[in-house]
Design a protein around this ligand. Sequence first.
Ligand code: ADP
Ligand code: MG
Length: 681
Amino acid sequence: MINEALTSIKGIGPGREKQLHKLGINNVSNLLVYFPRSYEDRRKIFSIKELENGVTAGVVGTVVSIMEKKPRPRLSILDITITDGTGPMKIVLFNQGYKKNFYKKGQRLYAYGKAEFQYGSMQMNSPQIENLGTDAMPDTGIVPIYPLAEGVSQYVVRSSIRNWFDAHHTMDEIMPPEIRANYMTMNRYDAFKEMHFPSSSESYEKARYQLAYEELFIMQSGLALLRNKEQCHVGPKMEPDGVLMEQCKENLPFQLTGDQERAISEISQDMQDERPMQRLLQGDVGSGKTVVATLSLVKAVENGYQAVIMAPTEILATQHYEGITELCKHLPINIALLTGSTSKKEKDRIYEELQNGTIQLIIGTHALIQDKVQFKNLGLVIIDEQHRFGVNQRAALQHKGVYPHVLIMTATPIPRTMTLSVYGDLAVSIIKEMPPGRKPVKTYVVDSSYKERLRVFFGKEMTTGHQVYVVCPLVEESEKLDLQAAEELFLELKDYFYKSFDVGLVHGRMNPKEKDEVMQAFHEGHIQLLVSTTVIEVGVNVPNATIMCIEGAERFGLSQLHQLRGRVGRGDIQAYCILVSDSKGDVSQERLRLMESTHDGFELAEQDLLLRGSGQLFGLAQSGLPDLRIANIIKDIDILVQARNDVLSYIREFGIEQLEKYMKLELEKRFGEKFLRILYN
Ligand code: ADP
Ligand code: MG
């Protein structure tokens, strides 16, 4: 069934097949998982006389007149009057004048929508309309409404799926029998059929639950297999903390916070196990992850292994290099920095000394992934700001060692729902507590009438030697327009401050080298005010910056705003975050107000998930995981947890090979090659 041609279904010829292609449906199995986006309850056909104001209902009637009106230049209204013998009803379509010739007098239509009594007659504005021909009756029951593309009708999708179900009466089961016995109340065929053509809302709910469970079970099986593969390897088992660790801790310029201590000891424990560590270190911007990373790196070195930390940009890598070198300055450790702009001569030296083991600790960018980089005995891999890297890049670095320990760090607070679904049971350490002495960033929401006052405020802060970020939104759909806006603002501010301060611009269209140069100039204080699109989101540390001003703030996610806010307030000077927004909507105002009242990144991330969905929070697209078609990892968290527990107990009872045997085909189908390559490399 997997790759069976669409044309094997009754009613689908080359023409319809082409239409279905437009929806991304290329074979029978694609078609069957093309689930409705909503449903209409058409169990009753109303007569027009029966309609009451405000009721959503379906009626069947014959067209008696069609009229187009153009009350304003950009507004066209199409009035189609139908009657069913009990009275007339008007169907009103806005700006769809092209449909004028689509409908004809005498034609029978089914219209489903909200009935409204207006101007003395019953009407429906923009209802769902189906053309019925002379004697056909509309589909009744609870009818699926599919997402469509231009030139494809509900009828084509619906009847194609209907015809498949009419011709087939079974579907292969894919879940292990023990799981089916416990959880599945319907067979798979019935569950799919209920999803497309529900017989009642109760059985629909049952079917949905079952298929969501199935989907999450498959996903969790994949993650379990992946993790199992990692765990059966033997990695570098390290000794309990020794002299070098002791020295490093003694020489720290500050006292570790409780959370930092705990994270370090969790990591140490993991590294003392022969199973390679797979741990996520989460901590808000400025919470002090670098020192945790440093101690982990030192531990690997202390045990005679090489260690590496990879950051997404040159400036970040350089900052890590400087910070880590400083923290390790009393220790006999050979540290190097490798980035794209390292000179050829230096690179050659680094390649050689990595291979012969002279360099013990290396810090760098993507340059580390290149083939020429070969380690003698890599024992620990740390990846900073992990959502900036794809699965493959992470894997490439990991494979430079023989199952090294892996620590990934992120400042994006990831709610538990996400860690569970994206990482399975990856171990997590969280730093919640900020280093002492931090003043919370004062946050204000203002509209653009504050422009002049803000500039005066920027000037005042810069006069005392502080620095300012101004961020303009960059959305992918229109990078060009946004760039224009950023450039305009840059020129305005440059003009405004030309006598006293230097203003810089950094944007997404610059190449990495250009970006780094501007950032470096800001870092070193040659630029006092930096206008940017969102590129500074990644953790650059400029302790002297005290104002973060974000234009069009309503266009950002709360997590993003929180990340940006984290760029300031890193020292003990009072810092400010100004959110400029002219959006009057209640929801966006409420979201922004939340920024004023909370500094908890986790809370903000949860809100984001609720309000905006998971996609953008966390580079899910890069995670290499399949799209979920039925389950929603936020709303269906209970099913997710259930499926995960069931996968784990299944493995305990029957063994991982048994699980693999049942799920392999399905995993291949859903996760695709990329996942399999990771699993079976
Ligand atoms: P992030 O988690 O964003 O990577 P960093 O590691 O860059 O944060 O730390 C932010 C700043 O806080 C650095 O200047 C660092 O020296 C300082 N810092 C880290 N831990 C502590 C601590 N326990 N006490 C005081 N300052 C600390
Ligand atoms: Mg950092």
